[in-house]
Design a protein around this ligand. Sequence first.
Ligand code: FES
Length: 59
Amino acid sequence: MDDEEIICPCMGTTIREIREAVKNGSDTLEAVEAATGAGTVCGACTDELAALIEKLKNE
Ligand code: FES
């Protein structure tokens, strides 16, 4: 997984930022959205974002 990859083009949020948010206790899509802003504009990335959060939680 490339940490510099942008998961949410609307907000320019990278996988690294999502990883940090999950590490800091944001373990749901809603919490990660609130912490990073990812997923809060057009919503197109939310499925991918939810899958990524699950994957990061199990790392
Ligand atoms: S791509 Fe993430 S909100 Fe638009």
